[in-house]
Design a protein around this ligand. Structure first.
Ligand SMILES: [Fe+2]
Length: 163
């Protein structure tokens, strides 16, 4: 029996999957470092929550990297680059939020493009990967509008899992 064409992933898919996994690991360190820089406990808590969301997204994606025998960059290297990014992005809370609000919707589009390249059997995990960015955008919308409970979408995402 031959494999159906739809289950044979392209190199572009494999490369992007690996890159996005690595970026989630990097992202966790990035947000943790920003949390350490933050002066207000509320901001620090929210950045630590974003770090947890990145970690959760990485854990959801990890089995796909194993499925294709991919070798991500080492954690030490990714942690170092995450910390360097955070040092560059160490700005006021308002500036940080507006920067994230400018960039994150584009990341949702990137994840949707990854889904479009994926073999169907990978989609349940990839949809959960995309969902973490959607949750982050929802958090930013709420936070920027001054709403109470802006972290609800992030906490809801952390409850999502896949077996
Ligand atoms: Fe992320």
């Amino acid at each position: 029996m031959t494999k159906s064409a739809s289950s044979a992933p392209t190199q572009a898919y494999i490369d992007t999957l690996l890159l996005y996994y690595e970026e989630e690991v990097e992202g966790e360190t990035y947000f943790k470092a920003l949390a350490d820089f933050a002066e207000q406990p509320d901001h620090s808590d929210k950045l630590n929550l974003l770090a947890k969301v990145e970690n959760h997204a990485a854990n959801i994606t990890l089995p796909l990297t194993r499925k294709y025998n991919l070798t991500p960059k080492g954690d030490a290297l990714l942690f170092q680059s995450g910390q360097e990014m955070a040092r560059r992005d160490n700005k006021t809370w308002a500036d940080l939020l507006s920067e994230m609000a400018r960039l994150f919707p584009g990341y949702v589009d990137d994840f949707l493009r990854l889904e479009a390249m994926a073999p169907p059997e990978d989609l349940p995990r990839l949809k959960l990967l995309t969902a973490h960015e959607v949750a982050a955008v929802e958090f930013l919308d709420l936070e920027l509008s001054g709403a109470q409970g802006s972290v609800a979408p992030l906490n809801a995402y952390l409850e999502e899992d896949i077996t």
